[in-house]
Design a protein around this ligand. Sequence first.
Ligand code: CA
Length: 228
Amino acid sequence: MGLDVVLIEDEEDVVDFVTYFLQKEGYQVFPFLRGEDFLEKMDTLLPDVIILDLMLPGIDGLEVFRYIREYPRFGNVPVIMLTAKSDPLDVVLGLEVGADDYITKPFHPRELLARIKAVVRRTSFSSFSEREVLKIGNFWLDSDHLMVKENGKETYLSWREFRLFELLIKNRGKIISRQQILDSIWGEDNFITDRVVDVYIANLRKKLGNSGNKIVTVRGVGYKFESS
Ligand code: CA
């Protein structure tokens, strides 16, 4: 499958080797050395995946990421972040804003390719049993577009945020422990900590606005979506 890949990265040697490798795989690569250059061209692009360096001159990767997620057309385009260090804080930071995956430099292009295939597969052929739009309570859940709708208000989520929301609302009224959330959404990714769950909950609440208040913290245990 010839995917369209947007690569936002200021290090030219990284751009060169990633582009060379992905082109050999039949992918089309749209490289941008600066976040600003990408934002200018956003209207003309519809990539299958975006690879975004966290440390960029000018507008940094996190800022660029926010623009991507606030842009409805890009609502379900997976984003893989490139981080310079394996510092767990960097990892948390990347996931905190809702990136679909991250990769630590230096990396082998084959590893990047594997991640690309994984996030694209996850996004386009997600493992949801219901592919159609599902109504739960007052919410419509559109798994194809990772979008949640309530009273006409559309909220676009990342893949993991969507899974988290789905888990909470399907079990509304019940307490879900952090461990249950980790097992259900991160599976074997066993270095992920409770802290990441809290960060995702915080993001989800923020994105959902008023309805986010229905996600209540049960101290020392986990979370609950209030049923009424
Ligand atoms: Ca950089």
